[in-house]
Design a protein around this ligand. Structure first.
Ligand SMILES: *[C@@H]1O[C@H](CO)[C@@H](O)[C@H](O)[C@H]1NC(C)=O
Ligand SMILES: *[C@@H]1O[C@H](CO)[C@@H](O)[C@H](O)[C@H]1NC(C)=O
Ligand SMILES: *[C@@H]1O[C@H](CO)[C@@H](O)[C@H](O)[C@H]1NC(C)=O
Length: 502
């Protein structure tokens, strides 16, 4: 497999920023399109806890965090995720708090369902747990949107062959995916195979086959499900109208996003990606191309940020900065410089508290115009670096301008968007940000360890939205104190290189 760097970028950072308003010029409320489903998401490793309960085996990430070697990356408590928000025991409360929304997006824990990584030995309690979760979601009249894989796999796969470094991962992932589709497919109509494969590996190459196999042959036809995958988008726009900058932006988007989306829509990588990456993109056989073509029912888009691209040689510092976010992609674009806030330095404040609806718009337009497939915005959200707690007016403003921008983009271009899911439903374990980078619509009291749940002030926005389907314009109010706050020197998307374990 062509995985040069298998890595997991960990989310962190944040702060505030300028708001670009386009759809937000007219301050009147905007109506959501009739069929747009609004929801919020979580992922198993980030909220469930119960890391070794009821037959769950150790995951790659349990093992990695427990080593306690990531403190330089900000993971000061190697056991923070052991309990996390304890959603394994509190899922009913979480789901009831989400009931104003239509969609509950969550991921399955592979080591909870198949602790020994074989479908011949499922863990009955783990299997039942997700039936209970799904039933609870359905009971509230909500739609479960299930991610099969969101970064955690049984550790044994790491020990045996280093996980995604090895092609041996593919049949085992397929076995797991087949198992869960068969188990839950009657109840779950929206599936995401893999969350952010472009974070796992610079060029996810052969693994596209997974998505192809399950969509066409087994899932869509059998259960009438919608199946796709989702990737992290950092959409690039040209830094100027000069054709070379336009080309630079297209090259970045094609390598970072197109190498994943292209195969599952067109059966192959975009030509521009092949031109730049050369043999790093292992060619697909004709049979694979056939299998891959049109194998996704929708395109999943996680989007928090974006960048400007210019056709010029980057400085060493710019390269380093870009590598932090884009991994090895930029190695193949030696003549492209990108302008992107540095998640480590003073610009970290721009990152997850920045209100940049233009990035969502750019990602949606690029994906729609390139692929003409329905979209699901699987993640878009606001992480408080500066600690707003339950008083999160900025979060309501963030989602207000995001949704208004989305609606105007849908209306202007006829984009088909199935769903918009905020990240995240509840405050979660945010990797190297620990519990100090909360994205939740629901506050979790990690401080006094009760893990009590409280709706944040922004929940009023969601509740009204659920009732009226109208999106009011909420302008961000930056308090004077937050403008003088020093940026927190924490990492944004920190890569955890899996061979760090070795
Ligand atoms: C996983 O393998 C271990 C060791 O062989 C075994 O004790 C355990 O029962 C297996 N788990 C399941 C769910 O079958
Ligand atoms: C984009 O253009 C501005 C203004 O000319 C310049 O300051 C900036 O460095 C450019 N960005 C890149 C990535 O070249
Ligand atoms: C601690 O948790 C309890 C729930 O048991 C909650 O009511 C209370 O507000 C929390 N205390 C603080 C200081 O947040």
């Amino acid at each position: 497999m062509g995985c040069k760097t298998v890595l997991l970028w960990l989310m962190i950072v944040g702060a505030r920023a300028a708001v670009q308003r386009d759809s937000n010029a007219d301050p009147g409320p905007m109506e959501l399109p009739g069929d747009l489903l609004i929801g919020a998401g979580v992922a198993a490793i980030q909220v469930e806890g119960a890391w070794n309960e009821d037959g769950k085996s150790e995951s790659n990430l349990d093992y990695l965090f427990h080593l306690g070697k990531l403190s330089s990356m900000g993971v000061t408590d190697p056991h923070a995720h052991d309990v996390a928000a304890d959603s394994y025991h509190k899922y009913k409360e979480d789901i009831s708090l989400a009931a104003a929304l239509k969609v509950y997006r969550f991921s399955l824990s592979w080591p909870r369902i198949l602790p020994n990584a074989t479908a011949s030995q499922p863990n009955p309690k783990g299997v039942q747990f997700y039936h209970d979760v799904i039933d609870e979601v359905l009971l509230h009249g909500m739609i479960p949107m299930v991610t099969v894989y969101h970064f955690d796999h049984p550790r044994v796969l790491e020990d045996n062959f280093k996980g995604w470094w090895s092609p041996e991962m593919i049949p085992l992932f397929k076995e797991y995916a087949r198992f869960v589709f068969n188990e839950y497919g009657k109840k779950v109509k929206h599936w995401t195979t893999i969350n952010e494969p472009n974070i796992l590996c610079t060029y996810f190459a052969n693994l596209h086959v997974i998505s192809g196999l399950y969509t066409a042959e087994e899932v869509s036809n059998h259960y009438q499900c919608q199946v796709g995958l989702t990737i992290l988008n950092l959409p690039a726009t040209p830094n100027s109208t000069a054709p070379e900058d336009v080309y630079a932006a297209e090259a970045v988007n094609s390598l970072y996003a197109g190498t994943i989306y292209g195969p599952v829509v067109f059966g192959d990588y975009p030509q521009i990606a092949k031109d730049f990456a050369g043999e790093k993109l292992a060619p697909f056989s004709d049979a694979e191309k056939e299998l891959l073509r049109d194998s996704t029912d929708y395109i999943g888009v996680n989007v928090y940020n974006g960048m400007k691209a210019a056709w010029r040689k980057p400085t060493a510092a710019e390269r380093e900065n870009a590598d932090l976010l884009l991994g090895k992609t930029m190695e193949d674009l030696p003549n492209v410089a990108v302008d992107i806030p540095n998640p480590l330095g003073p610009q970290s404040v721009e990152f997850f508290e920045g209100i940049h609806p233009e990035y969502l718009r750019t990602a949606v337009l690029w994906v729609w115009q390139t692929y003409k497939k329905p979209l699901i915005i699987t993640e878009n959200g606001f992480g408080d670096v500066t600690g707003h707690g339950t008083k999160d007016q900025l979060r309501a403003a963030y989602h207000s301008v995001s949704l208004r921008t989305l609606v105007s983009t849908i209306n202007s271009f006829g984009v088909k968007v199935i769903s918009y899911c905020a990240w995240s439903l509840i405050d979660a374990f945010e990797w190297t940000g620990g519990m100090d980078r909360p994205f939740g619509l629901v506050y979790i009291d990690y401080k006094n360890k009760t893990l009590s749940r409280t709706l944040k002030e922004s929940s009023e926005f969601w509740i009204n939205l659920g009732e009226t389907r109208m999106v009011p314009l909420i302008r961000p109010e930056y308090s004077s104190s937050s403008t003088t706050l020093k940026p927190i020197a924490c990492l944004l998307l920190i890569r955890i290189v899996f061979n760090f374990i070795e």
